[in-house]
Design a protein around this ligand. Sequence first.
Ligand code: SAH
Length: 213
Amino acid sequence: MTSQRTRERLIQRLKDQGISSQRVLDVMRVTPRHLFLDEALSHRAYEDTALPIGYGQTLSQPYVVALMTEILLSQGPRKKVLEIGSGSGYQSAILAQLVGQVYSVERIKPLIDKSRERLRLLGLRNVRFSHSDGGFGLPDSAPYDGILSAAAPNEVPEELLHQLAPDGILVIPVGPGDVQELRVITRQGDSYNFEEHVAEQVRFVPLLSGVSR
Ligand code: SAH
């Protein structure tokens, strides 16, 4: 079930759904998604669905990971990227292979420990995980050329806009319901003007406040 053929089928499905960045497709082809799941679920790793990772959280659907990554890179290469909601660490592993340095924040401590271990096993050393509330971004390492959120706030947190570098891009699901708008917000040069549009409708877990042990 984790064979090369099964993985190739997933990549074909991503292409059929409109993912066109060859770099993103190549990285998704070689990243073993089954290592980010408990063994009991690993046979489903190359299905295009979100899957549970415990603590009421999910590993994002591959299509959504590909889409957000493609959008993040759509306006040129990114050196420093902040990810909010590391979850399993799968999206972090994809980003690590496409940008210079990833900072990833997660509010559930055991998930961070697992993600660290998985990325270490894969030899990906350019991700720094922090146990903190990503609703405030990660001011200590700001500014970021890109910010990607895997958890949905009701409104875009102002802090995230303030932590964007010139021409930085923020990709974030926004809205209170089960289905949210995937918003793409780009800082215009070094001004404090932002261009904003909705890419599509998506389903994410809510951005919760505070941290949990
Ligand atoms: N991209 C992840 C998806 C994780 S689901 C993956 O591929 O596995 C979203 C994650 O956001 C959850 O793990 C949840 O705990 C986390 N989260 C929710 N609110 C948060 C907050 N305020 N700060 C940091 N992480 C948060």
